[in-house]
Design a protein around this ligand. Structure first.
Ligand code: SF4
Length: 321
C-alpha cells in the first residue's frame, strides 16, 4: 500500500527526500534565494566542482545549469548527478562548438586551448586547460610564453586575462554572457553618483569591463565577491553580476547595503530551477546528466589541471585584482 507523507513545508519534503536518496544539493550563487537556503553548499563553478569531488553522497542534485552538472559528472563518474530542469542552459557555453576548436588546433599545431568552465563537456574534451573566473589569470600565466593560446568562449574574461598577463599571443573567442552583457558603464556611473561611498565590484564576464575597469574597486568571481564584502570596511556595494548573488550577500551581511548594478541582469536559465522541481528531481531521480565515458576521460584532464592550480587561488585573486 502506498503511503503519502505529509510535510509542514516543501523545505521539509526536500530534506526528507535528500535523506532517502543520500543526496547532496549544490546550488550556484545565481539560484533563487529559496533554493540557496535548502542547499548543502552554495558557490561558484569552481567551489561547487570542488564540493562535488569530495562529497560522500550517492546523488548530487546540481541546482545550476547543465554545463555545471556535466562538470560534476566528469569529476564524479560513480555518482548519480541530477539537474532539476534540462532547459537550464547557458548562452555563453552555447557560443563555441567542438568544430571551432578543432579547426583552430589544426591551424595552430603548437597552440593550446584554455576553456572557461562555462563550456559543454565535449568542448572541454578538446581543451588543454580549464579555468574559472577565479583562476583564469593564473592558468594563462603558467603556460609557456612562446605558446599560442586560444581562449574560449568569453571574450571579456579573455580580454581581462590578456590585460593582466600582458600576453600578446592569445586568440580570444568572441563569445559573451547575455546577462553580463546587459550591465553597462552608464549604470555604474549613475549608481556611483547616488551612492558615492559604495564600492563597485565587478565580475570579469561583464561586457563593459574594459570601459569600466577604472570605476571598479575589485574584479572578482562570484565566490570572491561573497568573501570580499564580508571583510571590506565599506558599508555599501554596487554589485555588477547576476542579481541572484545578492541573496547571500544580504543574508550574510544584514548591516550592509547591496545594490545591483542593473536589476534586470537576471539569468532565465538559472531561474528555471524551483523548489518544486527539486522535489520532483529527488522523487523521480530526474534528470540524470551523464557525460559519455569517451568524452569524460578527455574532459577530466583540463579540469584536473585547473583544480591542481587552485590551492592558493585566493591569495592570487587578491593580487590580480
Ligand atoms: S549568467 Fe550567463 S554565463 Fe551564467 S549561466 Fe546565465 S547565461 Fe550562462
Amino acid at each position: 500500500m502506498m503511503t503519502t507523507e505529509i510535510y509542514n513545508s516543501i523545505e521539509d519534503e526536500i530534506k526528507a527526500l535528500k535523506h532517502k536518496r543520500n543526496a547532496v544539493i549544490l546550488a550556484h550563487n545565481y539560484q533563487v534565494g529559496d533554493i540557496q537556503d535548502v542547499a548543502d553548499f552554495t558557490g561558484d563553478s569552481l567551489g561547487l566542482a570542488q564540493q562535488a569531488k569530495k562529497t560522500n553522497a550517492d546523488v548530487i542534485l546540481f541546482s545550476g545549469v547543465v554545463f555545471m552538472a556535466e562538470t560534476a559528472s566528469i569529476l564524479c563518474p560513480d555518482k548519480t548527478v541530477l539537474i532539476p530542469d534540462l532547459d537550464a542552459g547557458c548562452s555563453l557555453a552555447g557560443m563555441v562548438r567542438v568544430e571551432d576548436i578543432r579547426r583552430w588546433k589544426a591551424e595552430h599545431r603548437n597552440g593550446v586551448v584554455v576553456a572557461y568552465v562555462n563550456t559543454m563537456a565535449a568542448v572541454k574534451a578538446e581543451a588543454d586547460y580549464c579555468c574559472t573566473s577565479t583562476n583564469a589569470v593564473r592558468v594563462v600565466e603558467r603556460i609557456p610564453a612562446d605558446q599560442e593560446i586560444l581562449f574560449v568562449p568569453d571574450f571579456f574574461l579573455g580580454t581581462y586575462v590578456q590585460r593582466q598577463t600582458g600576453r600578446t599571443n592569445m586568440t580570444l573567442w568572441k563569445g559573451y554572457c547575455h546577462v553580463h552583457d546587459m550591465i553597462n558603464s552608464e549604470h555604474l556611473v549613475r549608481l556611483k553618483k547616488k551612492h558615492p561611498k559604495a564600492e563597485i565590484i565587478m565580475h570579469p564576464e561583464c561586457g563593459c569591463l574594459t570601459k569600466s575597469i577604472h570605476y571598479a574597486d575589485r574584479v572578482l568571481s562570484t565566490d570572491g565577491m561573497i568573501q570580499y564584502v564580508q571583510t571590506s570596511a565599506a558599508r555599501e556595494f554596487i554589485v555588477a553580476t547576476e542579481t541572484g548573488i545578492l541573496h547571500r550577500m544580504v543574508k550574510d551581511n544584514p548591516d550592509k547595503l547591496f545594490i545591483p548594478a542593473f536589476d534586470q541582469a537576471v539569468c532565465h536559465y538559472m531561474k528555471q530551477n524551483t523548489l518544486e522541481k527539486l522535489v520532483l528531481s529527488l522523487e523521480r531521480m530526474q534528470y540524470e546528466v551523464k557525460v559519455p565515458e569517451v568524452i569524460r576521460v578527455r574532459a577530466l584532464r583540463p579540469l584536473e589541471r585547473m583544480l591542481e592550480m587552485t590551492s592558493d587561488a585566493k591569495s592570487y585573486q587578491n593580487k590580480a585584482c
